[in-house]
Design a protein around this ligand. Structure first.
Ligand SMILES: *Cc1c(COP(=O)(O)O)cnc(C)c1O
Length: 486
């Protein structure tokens, strides 16, 4: 199977080349030429555990790995060292919906589902393509990708990683997780700007020819751990197939708290592989560009950037949406993305607005107040505590359900442990009681309230020393890279 750029279908790559490059040379994203159908029945897939199911899904996309290579990568990632749940993920029923807990990995956010396997996919891809340079992972993070990528690549031979995060745009736990990262090959830099700035400048570094030439000359080669890499997208498809096979209803809805549109795109790919999806509900926080897009067919980032309690969704340019747009608008995609870069806005052509694929999606959003109220409500009703991202999705789903009366069985992607956002979560439950307490106390309070023991990830960062203190301007990313490597 070949992949091609969303902006030019003559620019092709094998799976392993696409994993290595991250982004196509023309700045487009790699998409599979066609999305494969699952080649085993759901009854058979339902009998498989997570690693075996992962193999059945991933082999169809990463077809230039040998079965041995792919199985080795899967078993290196999905095991009881990296995950604190024996099934890797699990479904919890609460208030007439199922929460698919994707936060049992090392950094307690769903990014671990893909970033625990990406380093192994990348190392194998490098070997296959006879790459001798050290692979330098450049990553912009809105909070969770950074730590998950650092943990994944920490001390992996032949690789190093630089993470850029918005200095004032992540939660205290998220920041502390990153700046305490050990490993000689890890670098973490705060930028004075927001996530979109970081993402744009990192993309610029990837496509800066002079910089790439100089890096190659010095024995380095860039790759990306951001969700635009198909090596992240493909592992994310697995858990949607997994969730479906554990429940096996006639049809299923997925609700996904969305930022960069990677997670929900994986749900869409699961649908294209054969999972009978009724609706994909794309939940945004107050940065609701995607809600407006699904309502109107117009993508418009010209608006204030709002810092919310769900920072991993504080995004105005959802990179992975380009892959859906490419299906809807075909060879007009390059033009639309050019308009987006120049004016911050584009409108889908009329025929694209009518496409079947678009009707599968329903945009929804939740305000800060709605999100907080939902955390409190679900805690009081069921004793189940959500993190703010999952609570945005849950609140959005409640709105959707009221509006439509849709009774289809629904799975909500639960993307982070509440421990990652303890202050926001406890503040939602009882602001007066918790707002003056210290973080360490709050962890204990959350343990008492939720009955879920404090995860190892939290205990680790409370002890670890701060190792990374560098901060740079939003236009100084390339200089910062040069300082490390050249
Ligand atoms: C990254 C992240 C999201 C958004 O996922 P996308 O794939 O970027 O849409 C939602 N919630 C949490 C906790 C995240 O870390």
């Amino acid at each position: 199977m070949l992949y091609h750029s969303t902006r030019n279908n003559k620019l092709t790559a094998t799976a392993s080349e696409a994993i290595l490059r991250g982004i196509a040379p023309d700045g487009g994203l790699y998409v599979p030429e066609n999305i494969p159908r699952l080649d085993k029945s759901f009854t058979r897939l339902a009998k498989l555990d997570y690693p075996h199911l992962a193999y059945e899904v991933m082999k169809l996309f990463i077809d230039d790995f040998t079965p041995m290579e792919l199985k080795k990568a899967i078993s290196s990632a999905y095991n009881d060292v990296n995950f604190d749940h024996s099934d890797i993920t699990c479904l919890v029923e609460a208030d007439d919906a199922y929460y698919l807990e994707l936060f049992h990995g090392r950094t307690i956010a769903f990014k671990d589902m893909a970033l625990s396997i990406l380093p192994y996919l990348m190392k194998t891809a490098a070997k296959k393509n006879k790459v001798n340079e050290e692979i330098v992972i450049l990553t912009a993070t809105s909070g969770d990708t950074g730590k998950a990528a650092l943990a994944g690549f920490d001390s992996v031979p032949g690789t190093s990683i630089v993470v850029f995060y918005p200095k004032d745009g992540v939660s205290p736990v998220q920041e502390r997780q990153m700046v305490t990262q050990a490993g000689e090959n890890t670098h973490v830099i705060g930028i004075r700007g927001n996530f979109d700035d970081a993402q744009r400048e990192v993309k610029r570094a990837f496509t800066d020819e002079a910089l790439n030439r100089r890096m190659n000359g010095a024995g380095y080669r860039f790759s990306s751990a951001n969700s635009i890499n198909i090596g992240r997208l493909v592992p994310q498809i697995v858990y949607y197939v997994y969730a479906y096979t554990r429940l096996m209803p006639k049809e299923i809805n997925f609700v996904v708290p969305t930022g960069n549109f990677g997670n929900i795109l994986a749900a869409y790919y699961a649908y294209r592989m054969g999972v009978p999806v009724h609706k994909l509900i794309c939940a945004s926080n107050e940065n609701k560009v995607l809600y407006d897009f699904f309502e109107t067919g117009v993508y418009d980032r010209n608006r204030d950037f709002i810092l919310t309690s769900s920072p991993s969704m504080d995004i105005l340019i959802s990179s992975n949406l380009e892959r859906l747009v490419a299906e809807l608008a075909g060879d007009k995609t390059g033009k639309l993305m050019e308009q987006l870069a120049k004016t911050g806005r584009y409108e889908l052509p009329d025929n694209a607005k009518k496409a079947e694929a678009l009707k599968l999606f329903k945009g929804e959003f939740a305000t800060e107040d709605e999100m907080s109220a939902r955390i409190k409500e679900l805690y009081e009703k069921e004793g189940y505590i959500l993190d703010p991202h999952t609570a945005v999705a849950s609140a959005a789903y409640e709105k959707y359900r009221k509006q439509t009366g849709d009774e289809t069985m629904t799975v909500i992607a639960s993307t982070a442990s509440p421990y990652k956002f303890t202050r926001a979560v406890l503040g939602a439950i009882d602001h007066g009681k918790y707002s003056k307490k210290k973080d360490a106390e709050l962890f204990k309070d959350l343990e008492k309230l939720s009955g879920v023991p404090i995860p190892r990830a939290i205990e680790d960062i409370m002890k670890a020393p701060v190792k990374h203190k560098e901060v740079c301007g939003k236009d100084e990313i390339i200089e910062a890279i040069e300082k490390i490597y050249l």
